[in-house]
Ligand binder design. Sequence first.
Ligand SMILES: NC(=O)c1ccc[n+]([C@@H]2O[C@H](COP(=O)([O-])OP(=O)(O)OC[C@H]3O[C@@H](n4cnc5c(N)ncnc54)[C@H](OP(=O)(O)O)[C@@H]3O)[C@@H](O)[C@H]2O)c1
Length: 176
Amino acid sequence: MKTSEPTINIIVAVADDWAIGRDGDMPWHISADMKFFKATTMGHSLVMGRRTWESIGSKPLPGRQNIVVSARLAAEWESAEESQAVAVDSLEKAFEVAEDSEIFVMGGGMIYRQAIDVADRLYVTHVHTVVPDADTFFPAIDPEVWELAERSNTSEDPRSGLKYEFRTYIRRSNDE
Ligand SMILES: NC(=O)c1ccc[n+]([C@@H]2O[C@H](COP(=O)([O-])OP(=O)(O)OC[C@H]3O[C@@H](n4cnc5c(N)ncnc54)[C@H](OP(=O)(O)O)[C@@H]3O)[C@@H](O)[C@H]2O)c1
């Protein structure tokens, strides 16, 4: 039934040139963005690719169901081996095993590219910089598909001096 379907959210921090990653890590560390990520996702189901799982130290983020998409890990992990993390071999299976009604797809680039076609909502931290040596990107947000629902004021990270803002986009309905 439609009403029991979970909401699929994407949560990402992107540069102005859509860069999201460099050498297996994020191009920046903005403390307020990490706090926003934690507060927004706490208690819900997280879906991430195998490389992003490795980038967070191959340890589950506490207080949330951690679902790792990986053909390799799905074959290696016994079902009960990891108490807070499960590995599945497709994005569809990740959505099936999610226990919470709010699913947060947290990257990386390969997973975002697949999830953006089925997501309902995007939580995007726009970091106002460009990353010339980036190797991982988020797909450009098409304004014909995504409506800007909320936008914070611009803040400045005290450590890096980077300016950033939080925006929420919702998928436009087809019958508009
Ligand atoms: N800025 C941000 O908000 C943000 C957020 C998250 C990550 N990142 C960055 O993004 C980068 C990592 O992204 P990435 O694109 O390299 O990797 P990724 O999406 O994290 O993981 C890719 C892996 O996921 C698995 N996978 C993906 N699609 C699959 C499918 N349909 N079926 C089965 N397995 C699938 C494969 O694992 P196997 O090879 O094991 O099968 C694949 O190698 C890092 O630099 C990270 O720091 C940035």
